[in-house]
Design a protein around this ligand. Structure first.
Ligand SMILES: [Zn+2]
Length: 489
């Protein structure tokens, strides 16, 4: 790591403080900034790889200077480093979620935003999709790596995410933006955990508020309800575009094949978990439509999108991903990383520079036949199981891993867990050491959820051992079906 010889606090960047006044934050929605982002993303889509690298570098240096001048966390983390202009990204320290969350206000460029005020905002479901402190989106992530994260995004970053979603993920042309694509007879459904300030649902609610004409054409559906209710609601709404998690898409594909779900989809969008080839094939066959895959996070909404060759292309002009090994050294293309560092080049209010997001990625060494200038990756994320429990009438009731995780996280405040289905009607819960005290609350939350699904007879027990990580990768699968044999369908 490059350090100043003198060790002077802030190195040469202190002098920049005066040159970088904290400008008023960009508005939550600003048509001018939105149009600029669209034009930038559109032109980037046609650039060559060298130009994409140049754009990223051009954005990194001002971000670094800004973070050092206005964000206490980086003033501290970078205090012994050389001036920003002399540094490479790899010279900078890694930022971990625990460090970010230890002093949330110190990670923000705007003073006066307290952790308590952000918590109060996040605790109010009526405020999902509304601006926090007049300007910002605040999203919380699931605690799949132990602690839930809180991420604050400014209007400029949101404009970039919107442009990346519309132009690259959906492959739309500039002309009909912003409302055109939704006005041409499309109806959009998102099936997700919708009662918290999670990135996906908060973003849908933000668009509904920014573009009131869209509101009736975009609807969220809760993944926590019994599957037959969800199927009935979707049948009534008749969406043409449906966004959800791959494990939910798998269940909905089964419902469609069985004739209970009757959707005519134009596109099915999958994200939030890894989409494997089998699920993609099942969904494509059941719905007879294109299945589009996206890779995003609460730290950066639109990290990558899948092209027609099913390769995930990184939006490398706006986000930098570094795959590193267990000792933080770069991993060469073609090899899976131990973890991944993300640098968000679009967001100033809470700069994320070399932030560890935890996923393992493999950068594919060859250029994709689709011709995109963006590098392509494979993501080895969590792969949880759908549980299949015998209902009172003997028929299988499917439990979605996302729904089970949401119940434990939101209702029992448990994040470090592993839930196993060890029998046809038996669940075993393992908790991390720090969360053992919440065992009763966790069992009660699960039982209440099972009761809502008419599965009151299912046994829920605590396993005294901690969650078991995968040998080798060290990854944690949080919802796992270990029972042998099939539950009767
Ligand atoms: Zn491609």
């Amino acid at each position: 790591m490059a350090r100043t010889a003198s060790g002077a606090p802030g190195g040469g960047d202190d002098a920049l403080r005066a040159e970088l006044p904290a400008a008023p934050p960009p508005r939550f929605f600003d048509a001018g900034h939105w149009s600029s982002a669209v034009i930038d993303v559109w032109s980037g889509s046609w650039a060559d790889p060298a130009e994409i690298g140049r754009r990223a570098r051009q954005r990194l240096l001002p971000l670094l200077r800004f973070a050092r001048a206005h964000v206490p966390l980086y003033r501290r983390l970078h205090r012994d480093l050389a001036p920003a202009a002399t540094l490479q990204l790899a010279d900078l320290p890694v930022l971990r979620k625990s460090e970010l969350m230890a002093d949330l206000p110190a990670s923000l460029a705007e003073r006066g935003l307290s952790h308590a005020a952000i918590d109060a905002f996040l605790a109010d479901p009526a405020r999902i999709g509304t601006p926090f402190a007049g300007h910002y989106a605040v999203w919380t992530s699931s605690g799949s790596t132990g602690v839930p994260g809180i991420f604050v995004h400014d209007g400029d970053a949101l404009a970039v995410y919107d442009a990346l979603e519309l132009l690259r993920f959906r492959g739309l042309s500039v002309a009909p933006l912003p409302v055109g694509p939704f006005m041409a007879g499309e109806r959009y459904a998102m099936v997700a955990a919708i009662d918290g300030h999670f990135a996906g649902i908060a973003n849908v609610e933000r668009l509904r508020r920014n573009f009131p004409l869209l509101a009736p054409l975009m609807r969220p559906f809760s993944v926590l309800q019994p599957l037959p209710d969800l199927v009935e609601q979707l049948n009534r709404y008749r969406p043409t575009l449906l966004a959800t998690y791959p494990t939910v898409a798998e269940l909905l594909a089964e419902e469609q094949r069985a004739g209970r779900l009757r959707l005519s989809l134009k596109e099915l969008w999958c994200g939030g978990e890894c989409l494997n080839a089998a699920t993609r094939a099942q969904a494509t066959q059941a719905f007879g439509c294109r299945v589009l895959e996206a890779y995003g996070a609460s730290e950066f909404l639109s990290i990558a999108w899948a092209c027609r060759h099913d390769r995930l292309h990184v939006n490398a002009d706006w986000v930098v991903l570094e795959g590193v090994d267990a000792r933080g050294r770069p991993v060469p293309p073609g090899e899976p990383s131990h973890t991944t560092l993300l640098t968000n080049l679009a967001n100033r209010v809470q700069p994320l520079i070399r932030y560890e997001i935890g996923d393992s990625i493999t950068v594919l060494p060859d250029r994709c036949p689709c011709g995109s200038p963006m590098p392509s990756i494979k993501v080895q994320g969590r792969s949880d199981d759908v549980l299949s429990i015998a209902g009172r009438d003997g028929a299988a009731v499917k439990l979605m891993p996302l729904a089970l995780a949401t119940v434990l996280e939101d209702d029992a405040l448990v994040n470090d867990f592993q839930l196993l289905q060890t029998g046809q009607r038996r669940l075993l819960l393992r908790l991390g050491l720090a969360e053992r005290a919440r065992a009763d609350a966790a069992c009660a939350a699960l039982r209440a959820y099972l009761q809502r699904l008419d599965l009151a007879g299912v046994r829920v027990e605590i396993d005294p051992s901690p969650p078991h990580r995968e040998p080798g990768s060290g990854k944690l699968r949080r919802v796992v079906r270990t029972v042998r044999g099939e539950t009767p369908a």
